[in-house]
Structures are given as structure tokens and as C-alpha cells.
Design a protein around this ligand. Structure first.
Ligand SMILES: *[C@@H]1O[C@H](CO)[C@@H](O)[C@H](O)[C@H]1NC(C)=O
Ligand SMILES: *[C@@H]1O[C@H](CO)[C@@H](O)[C@H](O)[C@H]1NC(C)=O
Ligand SMILES: *[C@@H]1O[C@H](CO)[C@@H](O)[C@H](O)[C@H]1NC(C)=O
Ligand SMILES: *[C@@H]1O[C@H](CO)[C@@H](O)[C@H](O)[C@H]1NC(C)=O
Length: 435
């Protein structure tokens, strides 16, 4: 089945080239336009920070009544990257090579590029497939003429210790603000609007839908099964592809960054990481002085980042969706940032940064996003007792003890006061007697 799309693409490509016979091998109009826009961005390209989603994968966790809920239908295993996914990232790697050849020598050099992935099989494998496209061995790096591939390091941090890329490290303040948001009238109204859909899905799938995220996971399983030509049960066909299920799946991507407080704690660390790196690069403080950073992550990473930047339009980030932060420096040595989002095969256009434009001074980026750049994430994640409820803070017991202590202090000071008054009085009288 992996071969079909390949031939289809080739056939399509052939047909297209026939139509374009007059100017074969020229990029399409849209591509030219996009490259034109990129060429007119002021300054010289110095650095890029790339963040992408993994490629095509198997379902993560089918629902209990799923007729396709059997490992034998999904040979590479739950949630694993497929050959299609590898191919997609290999293509993206080739595209990145073309776009950033001014920043990267054809030969791999560790002083030019750094690659990090979340600690998940499919993102690690996507990064490696991507690098196969980005760095085909050339010259002295050819180590085995039969293998057009060379090993490139991909770094990773355990998910629970990774507040930046995986964004899964515990953060009690985030949990608290999220509960607050979920209790809001706006959220509750939305939940009520889709309650019937959720009940319907829960009853038929054998797994209750307790959150928008649950609905999104369910939609995602149906999405993959459809992609793999598996016939969906009739009850599922009635809702899959419909406006409601699509909307709730897309909406789920916005929840973790819905308010600026949430965005600060969920997306802020990654945005800060990127901006800080752009700044270090510009100040020549990066060591080694690399020009490309690549992060391999998830659809949630893409959605959280876009929403933290106020650039998210409700949608499900597709496989290999890719954000690029490009740093240019103009004639006055001013660092300028452009953000691109590539989520189709078309050449991406720079996004319009709200209040700044397609080429935004780095200092202005800091100012624009000050509200979502945590000063000390670890500290901000601790919940101050002010934001806690009575029971949560266990204030019941604490207050009791406090009241006892205050009462005791009051008694003691009252006692002391009386004692000193009396003594004072006695002393005064004795003085008087002496006089
Ligand atoms: C949900 O389904 C729609 C198709 O109706 C698809 O475009 C979208 O990517 C799916 N979202 C997820 C998260 O799978
Ligand atoms: C599903 O069917 C379509 C149309 O026949 C085909 O192009 C596609 O490659 C199939 N998908 C898979 C994963 O086999
Ligand atoms: C691509 O991104 C744009 C901008 O966020 C969005 O409006 C669109 O729906 C996305 N399309 C796909 C296929 O992801
Ligand atoms: C953040 O605050 C903690 C104390 O809560 C401190 O240990 C840590 O060094 C601080 N981190 C930074 C980057 O200042």
C-alpha cells in the first residue's frame, strides 16, 4: 500500500509537467511568489529555529468497540511512525536542505546544527528520517557506498523532565488555571452545545467522552482509519467528517493555551527558549555558534506555539506541520524575526505577527509577548496559597493552629501588660513615698 501514493504522485507530476511543457522545471507561480516575498524580507538570514510535527503514524489507542482495534491491522504498532511517515519527513528534510543551504554546509558539521526530539518513538524516528533528507553523506562522509545515510545525533530529555519541548513536566499552577477556565461560562456553554455528540460517541464507542481532548483522540483514530481505507462502523460514519466532530477536535488544540496565563505556563517556556536562542545568536553568545536548531515534536506543540504567538487558526496541525523562526540581521545590525508555518506542500508565506508584521525586530517580539514569557517557570508553577481553595491548602488545620497561637500570644501579652502595670504602679507609689 505504501507504493501506491508514490506512483500516484509521480503520475500527477508527469501530467503537470506536460501542462507546463513551455516552462518545465520552473517553480509554480505560488512558489515563485512565496520565494519572492521571502527574498524581500529585509536583512540577511543568519539563523533558523525549526519545530515540526512527526509524520504519518498508526492510531495511538483505538476505542473499545472499534472493529479495527487489533494490532494485526496496524503492523508497526500503536502510535508508531509508518513508512509513509518516514518518507514525509525525508521529503521535508530535502526541502529544508534547499531552503537553508546558505546556513548549512552540505557536509554535516556539529557546530552548525543541533537536533532535539521529545522522548517518543515517532518523533525520534521522524527526526532521523528528516536528517536522512537533510544530510545525505557526501565526499569523505560516505562511509558505506551502499547506504546513502549517515548517523546524526538527535538529543532528547525524558518527558517528565522536559517543560520546554514535551511540556509535560508537572505544573500545579497550570492545572489550577486550567480548572478555572473549564469552570468558566464560555467553556461550559461550549461543552453544553456538544454534550449530545459526546454522549452519542460515548455510548457507541464504549468509552465515555469526558473532555474535548477525548473527542479529539477519537476523531484522530477515525481519521487514520479512513486514511488507511478501513471502513468505519455506520454510527461513526454519521459523525466523522461532520462539522461538529471536526470543530471539537480542532477546538481541543486551543484549550491548553486558551488564556494568556495558560499560554505562559504551557507554551511560554518553548517560546522563551527560541527567542533567547535568537538573541544569543545575534549577540554571538551561542557556543558552538550554530545556525540551525531543529525540534521534533507533536501536533500539540505546533498548536500551542501558534496560539501562544496569537497566530493559531483553529485546525488540526497535519503530519510534518512545521514552524520556522528565521532570524535576519539588517544593515544597522538590527535582529529581525520572521515566522513561517508550513502545513501544506505549498511554499509557506511569512505570518503577520500581530502588531508588528512579517519582519519583526527581536526587541519588539520580547515586548509583544512579554505576557507569555515566564520569568521563572519553576517558581510560577508553584501555587501561592492565595490561589488555592481552603481545603486544597489545608487551611482548615493551619488556620486553627494559627488562631490558637494568636490567642495564646494575646493571653500572654495581656498577662504581661497587667503584671507590668501593677509593678509600674507599685514602683511609682514607692517613688512617691520616697519623695
Ligand atoms: C479530525 O477529523 C478531520 C476530518 O473530519 C481531520 O481533518 C482532522 O485532521 C482530524 N483531527 C485530528 C486531530 O485527527
Ligand atoms: C486508500 O485508497 C486510495 C484509493 O484507492 C489509495 O489511493 C490509497 O493509497 C489507499 N491508502 C492506503 C494507505 O492504502
Ligand atoms: C494551515 O494553516 C492555516 C493557518 O493557521 C490554517 O488556516 C489552515 O487550516 C491549515 N491547513 C491545514 C491543512 O493544516
Ligand atoms: C527559579 O527559582 C528557583 C527557586 O524557586 C531557583 O532555584 C532557580 O534557580 C530559579 N531559576 C532561574 C532560572 O532563575
Amino acid at each position: 500500500m505504501g507504493k501506491y501514493p508514490h506512483y500516484c504522485v509521480k503520475a500527477l507530476f508527469f501530467l503537470c509537467s506536460c501542462f507546463h511543457l513551455g516552462h518545465a522545471f520552473r517553480p509554480t507561480y505560488v512558489e515563485e511568489e512565496a520565494q519572492g516575498v521571502r527574498a524581500t524580507l529585509p536583512g540577511e538570514l543568519k539563523f533558523v529555529h525549526v519545530i515540526f510535527r512527526h509524520g504519518d503514524r498508526m492510531p495511538v489507542d483505538p476505542y473499545p468497540t472499534d472493529p479495527w482495534n487489533n494490532r494485526k491491522y496496524w503492523p508497526t504498532g500503536w502510535g508508531q511512525l509508518t513508512n509513509r511517515g518516514k518518507q514525509q519527513h525525508y521529503e521535508l528534510g530535502k526541502w529544508l536542505r534547499k531552503r537553508y543551504s546558505s546556513l548549512l554546509d552540505a557536509r554535516y558539521d556539529r557546530e552548525q546544527v543541533f537536533v532535539q526530539s521529545t522522548d517518543v518513538d515517532r518523533t525520534l524516528m521522524s527526526a532521523q528520517s528528516n536528517l536522512a533528507g537533510l544530510y545525505e553523506p557526501v565526499g569523505n562522509d560516505v562511509w558505506n557506498p551502499l547506504i546513502k545515510w549517515q548517523p546524526i545525533p538527535v538529543h532528547s530529555v525524558p518527558e517528565k523532565d522536559d517543560p520546554v519541548l514535551a511540556a509535560k513536566a508537572p505544573c500545579p499552577a497550570f492545572d489550577y488555571y486550567l480548572e478555572n477556565f473549564k469552570a468558566s461560562a464560555e467553556f461550559q456553554a461550549k461543552w453544553a452545545r456538544y454534550k449530545d455528540l459526546f454522549d452519542y460517541l460515548g455510548q457507541n464507542s464504549g468509552r465515555p467522552i469526558k473532555s474535548f481532548m477525548d473527542a479529539q483522540y477519537f476523531n484522530n483514530t477515525l481519521f487514520i482509519e479512513t486514511l488507511y481505507n478501513r471502513t468505519l462502523p455506520e454510527w461513526a460514519q454519521k459523525v466523522y467528517g461532520g462539522a461538529d466532530l471536526t470543530y471539537v477536535s480542532n477546538f481541543a488544540f486551543s484549550i491548553n493555551t486558551y488564556t494568556r496565563q495558560l499560554a505562559r505556563l504551557k507554551g511560554g517556556p518553548l517560546l522563551k527558549d527560541v527567542l533567547t536562542r535568537l538573541e544569543s545568536k545575534h549577540k554571538k553568545q551561542l557556543s558552538p555558534d550554530r545556525s540551525v536548531f531543529i525540534y521534533s515534536a507533536h501536533d500539540t506543540t505546533i498548536a500551542n506555539m501558534l496560539n501562544t504567538l496569537k497566530l493559531f487558526q483553529l485546525h488540526s496541525p497535519p503530519y510534518t506541520a512545521c514552524i520556522m523562526f528565521e532570524l535576519r540581521v539588517d544593515d544597522n545590525n538590527r535582529p529581525l524575526v520572521s515566522v513561517f508555518y508550513k502545513n501544506t506542500t505549498a511554499e509557506p508565506l511569512p505570518m503577520y505577527i500581530p502588531g508588528c508584521g512579517v519582519s519583526c525586530p527581536l526587541s519588539k517580539m520580547y515586548a509583544l509577548y512579554e505576557d507569555v514569557l515566564p520569568e521563572n517557570w519553576t517558581d510560577e508553577c508553584k501555587r501561592s496559597t492565595l490561589t488555592m481553595t481552603y481545603e486544597e491548602a489545608n487551611l482548615g488545620a493551619a488556620t486553627g493552629i494559627l488562631i490558637c497561637i494568636i490567642a495564646a500570644l494575646l493571653c500572654v501579652s495581656y498577662g504581661l501588660m497587667i503584671y507590668y502595670r501593677r509593678r509600674d504602679y507599685n514602683m511609682h507609689t514607692s517613688y512617691a513615698q520616697m519623695a
